[in-house]
Design a protein around this ligand. Structure first.
Ligand SMILES: O=C[C@H](O)[C@H](O)[C@H](O)COP(=O)(O)O
Length: 91
């Protein structure tokens, strides 16, 4: 399964869980897509690649900057909006 690992402090919790599941053998054959070097992902030994090698994703995980009362999400903090749109198109 090819998974985009997103960005932000919330995603770090998901990445921790993914690392635990991989190391316990409960999940297999995961490749994480991550744009920048991220010490947490590397230390958890999650296999990494990029969108050039895997242009079609099975799943994308990410946080949100704001959620309104109707559960609409506001995304795109910190210059990540373009990458998030590319990832959305790859799912
Ligand atoms: O747009 C930026 C990223 O999508 C982050 O997921 C978003 O900013 C939320 O970050 P955090 O989980 O740190 O609140």
């Amino acid at each position: 399964m090819i998974i985009d690992l997103g960005s932000g402090s919330t995603v770090k919790h998901v990445v921790d869980l993914l690392g635990e599941l991989l190391q316990s053998g409960k999940v297999h054959n995961i490749i994480g897509i991550f744009e920048n070097t991220h010490q947490q992902v590397i230390s958890l030994r999650i296999p990494l690649s990029n969108l050039d090698d895997y242009p079609i994703l099975d799943l994308a995980i990410d946080g949100a900057d704001e959620v309104d009362p109707h559960l609409n999400l506001v995304k795109g903090c910190c210059g990540y909006l373009l990458r998030e749109r590319i990832v959305e198109g790859a799912c």
